[in-house]
Each structure stands twice: as structure tokens, then as C-alpha cells.
Write a protein that binds this ligand. Structure first.
Ligand code: ZN
Length: 401
């Protein structure tokens, strides 16, 4: 054993002694310090190391980060926003997203000047009376991809490094979180849905039925282990696949099973062939596909791939990053960039708006009191906005003089 490894072993023994002698909190402190839980935490640690974490700018940055998690903005997905950061403004962008179990959330963000954008996804634990919990994070060097485990409200925060300025781009979308279970088919082949009535309402359908010619391969939707291969009952010839997150995927009415119990599989491996065994004898061949984890779950969000590109930008990018004052005509502040949106406020007297960015035919704006929303491009054009250097009532989030 080299001297180096001897020293390394001595050090780890020393750490164990520290733990055993009640210095656990010191160790925890070290762990907290040197193993940050997210790129944003690593950045904050860097600020601490440089001794500037308590500076006015860094404190305001941290505060804006917290504020961004209390937003009311609720964009429709897929979402694309382009905008511009105000050089003297410390800010963070926050979005509330309603997401469904089984969907995969994908977030991409970038800044034109190459600085980092910190992306953090939180889940609301409001129903339990608890604060939010961070469930995923990334920086702009990596795309954030997260499989949604619970249907609820999530809060997405995108915060650039301190003193970032210039253009930014954001894309937020959802996709399927598993591959489609029948080769060569997609959700267009689904003809019976989760929750459909069965046996004259005596039970409900705990899966989706995917129609395909007899003998079409059914495939592993995730990496995992075959937990059961069985013949008999309503499902006829069936295969159960279990992934490492505790989901069991159920394949029923097979013509033939091509795996054994205990076998390990990777996505795309053939598990069997489509048929109409069990109680599907009188129907055309189809795969009954179910997903269970503490009860049955709707497979649709797991397999549905919206295949939509976010709509392109149809607003004036010259307004981005500027303050504008409206005239006295009516302007509505909306919660979402869509025609069915809830109206957050209506202004009939001049109001100052910081135009952060735009999405499709809407502008994303912030008011001097830090409230946010969307206004339509037509409202914007109609109100003949004057360019102003700064708002009448300066925002708390504006730094400098
Ligand atoms: Zn079925």
C-alpha cells in the first residue's frame, strides 16, 4: 500500500472517531459546506468563500431568489420565453407549474453573456402545512429533466448569477417519461382509457388498451426486473416489470411471453407479443398496459409525448429589459399567457412596467411592487408606452442610484 493510501485511511479513521465522539454536528457542517446540494448552493458557497455573501448585492440576490418562489405566473406548456436582464436589477424568474404524475419536465435556460442560470424545481407541500421542498436542480450547462412523481403544483425558479445582463432564453416543456410499450405504435393506438367503466360500472379500467396486430412486440418501458410471468385470470398471459423507483408495469392479454421471472431488462427489450388472451378473447388483439405504485395510476401522462414546439415569439424584442409607462387606457395583467387566463389586475391609469421578456404574443412584465404578470401585445401597442429610465416609484429590487 502506498504512503498516500495509508494517509487517506488514517484520515477516514480520524473522521469516524470524530463522529463517534459526538462531533457529528461538525462533520455535518463540513458536509454541508463541501457538498452543496445544487449548482446554486455551490455558487452561494463560492460567495461565502470570497467573503461577499453578506454584501448588499448578494443579500438582495438571495431575497429575490426566495421571492421568485412566491410567484403567481402560471404559464401554459410548452413555454418559450426570451427576454433581457436589466444590468442594474437583481432578479430571479419564477413560474408555477401544474404537473402530473408520469410526465417528464424538461427545462432549458441560457444567458447570452455565458453566465450561469441556476434552475431549481420545488414541490409545494402546502397541503401538509410544510415549506416547499427542492426536488431537482441544474445550471444552464445542463438541461433539467425530472420525472414527476406526484400530481400537484411545482415552483420553478431560474436565477442568473449576480450582475448578469443581456438576453436570456427559457424553454419549459413536458414529455413522456417512459418509452411507448408497443413497437411502432404511439398514443394514437390507445382506444380505451384509464378510469373507463367496466362490467356496467361495477369496476373501472385500471390501464390503457393499445391496439396493434397480433404478434407485435411489447417492450420494456424502463430498465428493471421481470417480477412475474403468469398465465390465467382476466389478463390471460401477463408480464410484470418492476423499475428501481417502485413502479410495476403490467402487460396483459399477450399472445406469448418472451421473458422469465427474475430476468433483468433494459428499455426496448421485447417482453412478449400482442394478443387477446384472458378476457380479451372476443376483442381484437391489444395490449392492456397498467402502472402500479401504491395503487393503480393513469399511464397516459407517462406515455404521452405532446410533440409540440413552443410557439415562436411574436412580440417586439426591443422592449425587453426596459421600463415603460402606459397611458391612461385599460391594461390587463394576466396570470397566464393565454386567452383563458385569470386576470390578476386591471389598470386604467398610467402604470410603470418593467418588460422582462416575451412569449408568443404576450409580454412578461414586473411592476414596481415586484408583482408580475403577462400583458397582450395588443394592449402594449394600444397604450403607446413611453420609454422611461426608471419607474416613478423605485422598485425594492433595483440597486444602485
Ligand atoms: Zn384494458
Amino acid at each position: 500500500m502506498s504512503e498516500f493510501y495509508k494517509i487517506l485511511r488514517l484520515l477516514s479513521v480520524f473522521a469516524l472517531i470524530l463522529l463517534a465522539s459526538g462531533c457529528g454536528s461538525a462533520i455535518e457542517d463540513l458536509r454541508q459546506r463541501y457538498r452543496p446540494g445544487s449548482p446554486r448552493e455551490a455558487y452561494v458557497l463560492g460567495l461565502e468563500t470570497m467573503g461577499i455573501a453578506e454584501s448588499a448585492i448578494a443579500s438582495e440576490w438571495a431575497l429575490q431568489g426566495d421571492e421568485a418562489l412566491r410567484v403567481t405566473l402560471s404559464p401554459t406548456l410548452p413555454y418559450r420565453e426570451e427576454g433581457s436582464l436589466f444590468p442594474t436589477e437583481i432578479m430571479a424568474l419564477g413560474y408555477r407549474l401544474r404537473l402530473e404524475r408520469g410526465q417528464q419536465l424538461i427545462v432549458r435556460a441560457s444567458l447570452d453573456n455565458g453566465n450561469d442560470f441556476f434552475v431549481d424545481l420545488y414541490e409545494s407541500l402546502d397541503a401538509m402545512g410544510l415549506p416547499m421542498r427542492r426536488v431537482a436542480s441544474a445550471d444552464s450547462t445542463a438541461e433539467l429533466k425530472h420525472d414527476i412523481d406526484r400530481t400537484k403544483d411545482y415552483f420553478l425558479r431560474l436565477q442568473p448569477e449576480i450582475l448578469s445582463e443581456g438576453g436570456f432564453r427559457i424553454e419549459i416543456m413536458t414529455d413522456a417519461s417512459i418509452i411507448f410499450p408497443v413497437t411502432g405504435r404511439d398514443t394514437g393506438a390507445v382506444q380505451s382509457f384509464f378510469g373507463d367503466s367496466r362490467e356496467a360500472g361495477r369496476r373501472s379500467h385500471h390501464g390503457i388498451d393499445i391496439f396493434a396486430p397480433r404478434g407485435t412486440p411489447v417492450i420494456a418501458v424502463r430498465e428493471g426486473r421481470i417480477s412475474r410471468v403468469r398465465t390465467g385470470g382476466l389478463g390471460g398471459r401477463t408480464v410484470w416489470l418492476r423499475d428501481n423507483k417502485g413502479h410495476s408495469f403490467y402487460y396483459a392479454h399477450l399472445e406469448e411471453q418472451l421473458v422469465q421471472s427474475g430476468q433483468r431488462v433494459v428499455p426496448g427489450d421485447t417482453l412478449g407479443l400482442v394478443g387477446n388472451s384472458g378476457n380479451a378473447r372476443s376483442t381484437p388483439p391489444h395490449l392492456h398496459f397498467g402502472i402500479y405504485k401504491n395503487g393503480p395510476h393513469n399511464p397516459w401522462p407517462f406515455v404521452f409525448s405532446p410533440n409540440l414546439r413552443p410557439s415562436s415569439l411574436r412580440v417586439e424584442s426591443q422592449y425587453f429589459g426596459t421600463w415603460r409607462r402606459t397611458d391612461a387606457s385599460r391594461v390587463s395583467l394576466l396570470e397566464a399567457p393565454s386567452s383563458g387566463s385569470l386576470t390578476l389586475a386591471r389598470f386604467e391609469s398610467p402604470v410603470d412596467l418593467h418588460i422582462i421578456g416575451g412569449t408568443s404574443t404576450y409580454y412578461h412584465v414586473r411592476l414596481p411592487d415586484d408583482s408580475e404578470g403577462y400583458i397582450t401585445a395588443s394592449d402594449m401597442e394600444r397604450t403607446i408606452m413611453r420609454n422611461i429610465n426608471s419607474p416613478i416609484q423605485r422598485s425594492r429590487s433595483t440597486i444602485g442610484s
